[in-house]
Each structure stands twice: as structure tokens, then as C-alpha cells.
Design a binder for this molecule. Structure first.
Ligand SMILES: NC(=O)c1ccc[n+]([C@@H]2O[C@H](COP(=O)([O-])OP(=O)(O)OC[C@H]3O[C@@H](n4cnc5c(N)ncnc54)[C@H](O)[C@@H]3O)[C@@H](O)[C@H]2O)c1
Length: 260
């Protein structure tokens, strides 16, 4: 489905990003994993095989984006797919929120993907270094669609991802860039981030145990389980592929119905 396509996945060293890299490669794409965890990203690229490679990328830094996009184009000879997946979640009740933590989440979760879209538009658009058009998939969260206690700041950043996806899709269409922009709203998955959130919920006294915290989420989910990272990766592959050729400015929940 993606043979001949090249993809850059941010936060690709582990978790959902690694699963997306694996799923894109399984469909024939040449994948570049960008992450601040350089060693882990290199190990994950080796595990994926199929020509997957890795590069250092701090999504909060403009120059780092430029270098990573250049590395992707030089290594794989093109740049057709960007998955803006890197993110951080710092749990806090509104009562105790710290400005520094909110700024950190804004930096990684909002500034990061917006810079990524800038560099992708420039590289993928007419006359760009890759120049063949493409698809961008932004990873928002079910947190952008529901009210879940202890993640006000995080939810704000993910709502921002939702909005900037729409504006970017509008601009890309109006400017004739031949780039589609969509986002996913994944439900809770048992990655390092997801499991830490469950721990934090217990620490804040919002659930009696990690099992109870997870049980509460499952109980709010019509399909009756947490998200598997492969569920999210398969949806990202769809939005990145030509199967979604007339889909832009859309947000696709991958949450078992939790946010409906
Ligand atoms: N796990 C969940 O339950 C869940 C649910 C909905 C949405 N999401 C979103 O999915 C994405 C991936 O989450 P995950 O659960 O795999 O998290 P994770 O913490 O397991 O992995 C996140 C990755 O992003 C990288 N990263 C962090 N800051 C970075 C930066 N400045 N530059 C480059 N890379 C950076 C990390 O090094 C790590 O490899 C995030 O955007 C997250 O908000 C996660």
C-alpha cells in the first residue's frame, strides 16, 4: 500500500511512534524515526528492518527539524509522509498545576507538530526538496474530546493539535501544496506514557489502584478494552495512504468509542 513512499515518524523510538513506524514499513514505506532518545530510536529502526533508519530530532527546535527532514530525504530519496507523534504528558490537578509543566507540554505537543508541518509543507510542496506532495498525520488524543480529571494542560495541547490540523489542511488545500493533513484521537494505550498516567491517577487519589484506574477507562469504553498500539498504527497507515486520498482536515477517533 505504501511502496515507494518515505515517512518521518517523530517520537518513533518507542510506544505508539515505534508501532506506527513498524506498520508503515510493513506496508512498504521507507521509514525514518526521529527522536531525542537516539540510541533507542536506532535500536527500534534495526528491529523494524526494511531500510528503516533513525535520526536525532528534538521537535521543539526549528534547526533540528530542518536537519531531520534533510536526513530523511537524503537517506530515503523523498519525503511523502510525516507522522507528528512525539508528545509528553505531565499529570496535575488544576489545583496544583505548575507553569513550567504546561509550557513544556505546549512546547513538545503544540510547537513541535506545528514546526513539523511547516517543514513538511516546504519540503513536500511544489518546488520543495522532495516536491511530490504528501500526507501528514498528527497524533492528538481522546483527551481532546472528553473531560478526564488530572490532564487539563495535556488536554489543552491535544485540542490545539485538533484545531491546527484543520487550519493546516485548509491552507495546504488553498495553496495547492498537494498535502493532506489529518489527526487521530487515540484512547488510552499501555505505553510508558499511558501506564505513568494510570500511576499518577492513583497517586492523586483519583483511583484506588492502577487496576481500578484502568478499569474505569475500560468501563467508559464501549468496545471494552484499552487501545492497542497496533490499533492506532493501522489508523495512521490508512490516513497516510492513498486509500484516504480525499480525506483532509479530519480527526479520526481510535478510542473504542470512549469519546463518542
Ligand atoms: N499512550 C496513550 O495512552 C496515548 C493516548 C492518546 C494519545 N497519545 C499520544 O500518542 C503519542 C505517543 O505517545 P506514547 O504513549 O507512545 O508515549 P511515549 O512516552 O511512550 O513515547 C513518546 C516518544 O516521544 C519522544 N519525545 C518526547 N519529547 C520529544 C521531543 N521533544 N522530540 C522528539 N521526540 C520526543 C520520546 O522520547 C518517546 O520516544 C503522544 O503524542 C501522546 O500524547 C498517547
Amino acid at each position: 500500500m505504501l511502496t515507494g513512499k518515505t515517512a518521518l515518524v517523530t517520537g518513533g523510538a518507542r510506544g505508539i511512534g515505534a508501532a506506527i513506524g513498524r506498520a508503515l514499513a510493513a506496508q512498504g514505506a521507507k521509514v525514518m524515526l526521529g527522536d531525542v532518545l537516539e540510541d533507542l530510536a536506532a535500536e527500534t529502526a534495526r528491529e523494524i528492518g526494511a531500510g528503516a533508519a533513525s535520526t536525532r530530532l528534538d521537535v521543539t527546535d526549528d534547526a533540528s527539524w530542518e536537519a531531520a527532514v534533510n536526513a530523511a530525504i537524503e537517506t530515503h530519496g523523498g519525503f511523502d509522509i510525516l507522522v507528528n507523534n512525539a508528545g509528553v504528558e505531565i499529570t496535575s490537578l488544576v489545583l496544583r498545576v505548575e507553569a513550567e509543566d504546561i509550557r513544556r507540554m505546549c512546547d513538545v505537543n503544540v510547537v513541535g507538530p506545528l514546526l513539523g508541518m511547516k517543514h513538511a509543507f516546504r519540503a513536500m510542496g511544489p518546488g520543495g526538496a522532495a516536491g511530490q506532495g504528501g500526507a501528514i498525520v498528527n497524533i492528538a488524543s481522546v483527551a481532546a474530546t472528553i473531560a478526564f480529571p488530572s490532564i487539563a494542560g495535556y488536554s489543552a495541547t491535544k485540542s490545539a493539535v485538533d484545531r491546527m490540523t484543520r487550519v493546516a489542511a485548509m491552507e495546504a488545500g488553498k495553496l495547492g501544496l498537494n498535502v493532506r493533513v489529518n489527526c487521530l484521537y487515540p484512547g488510552l494505550a499501555a505505553t510508558e506514557m499511558g501506564l505513568k498516567l494510570a500511576d499518577d491517577i492513583v497517586r492523586l487519589g483519583l483511583a484506588e489502584s492502577v487496576e481500578a484506574a484502568i478499569g474505569d477507562v475500560v468501563a467508559q469504553t464501549p468496545l471494552g478494552r484499552l487501545a492497542d498500539i497496533a490499533d492506532i498504527a493501522d489508523a495512521a497507515v490508512f490516513l497516510a495512504s492513498d486509500q484516504a486520498r480525499f480525506v483532509t482536515g479530519a480527526g479520526l477517533p481510535v478510542d473504542g468509542g470512549m469519546g463518542m
